[in-house]
Design a binder for this molecule. Sequence first.
Ligand code: PBG
Length: 325
Amino acid sequence: MHLPIRPRRWRRTSALRELSAEPGLECRQLVQGHFVLPGVQRQEDIGSLPGISRFSADQLLPVVERDLSNGVKSVMLFGVPEHKDADGSGALDAQGEVPAAVRLLKQQFGDDLIVMVDVCLCPYTDHGHCGFVHGEEVVNDASVVALSQMAAVLAEAGADFVSPSDMMDGRIGAIRSALDDHGFQQTSILAYTAKYASAFYGPFRDAAGSAPSFGDRRSYQMDFRNRREAHRELELDLDEGADMVMVKPALAYLDIIRDFADASPIPVCAYNVSGEYAMVKMAAREGLAEERAMTLEVLGAIRRAGADCIITYHASQIAAAGWLR
Ligand code: PBG
């Protein structure tokens, strides 16, 4: 055949493919998620997240140290508190497991490590909702006040990013002014901007013990059918002072990631959530997929969609195995 254009010429050898590949995935773009236990000398495996454990702060230290030397320089911390009550008062405890872990990590690693913390009431409330509950309603404005206080406590501990995942209205602006009021002008906000009510959070709720005891999260998290609404949330979070915006989950929401990458003047983060991680792990365990190939394809696709960085439970393992070297 006389074909003037043959795309396969670029695919012929590995060297040609390397020369022509678009920017891909690098360790520096990955953020490892960690579940933090109170106390010391504690490590618990998480059945629903193979390869991931909950750690007390002292046990987290060597894990983060190894990741740092392997090139993963950011963490996202979630608390797994023992004490829960109706108002989630543990979220405001400066001696709680997360502020303590932040202090320890920053003391040890300083600016070499970026510490992000989840700001949400659900692990601390006995009903498991992300804000205060009156009757069956998750109330907005009172919850935002508590979330702002929680953010200030975490900023005080030394977090680089506070990351509200509650999806209450007006939280970014309220948190920004609470941080500024307390003198934390340099603390950044990673907004969970387009956080969808998703079936992919199941393993996380098991890991963090944060499943709602009644109802679901659809009165505050977004409906997965909606794309325009994500733009509205993006505009709000930009106006209110977010430093980075997030799309969550990632894999079923690549279109939203692309929309944000095109529209956002600030970096875009994607959250490769627990259910997405677990699916890869289960498929690999069952021999249905090669783990390395599937992991790098998933994360590479999230990058291609436009994410600047990715929160993922795969980060430590990728770095340790040298898959991106
Ligand atoms: C807290 C929170 C959740 C996740 C991150 N922060 C759970 C939820 O909203 O129910 C999920 C992360 C994951 O699945 O990996 N609100």
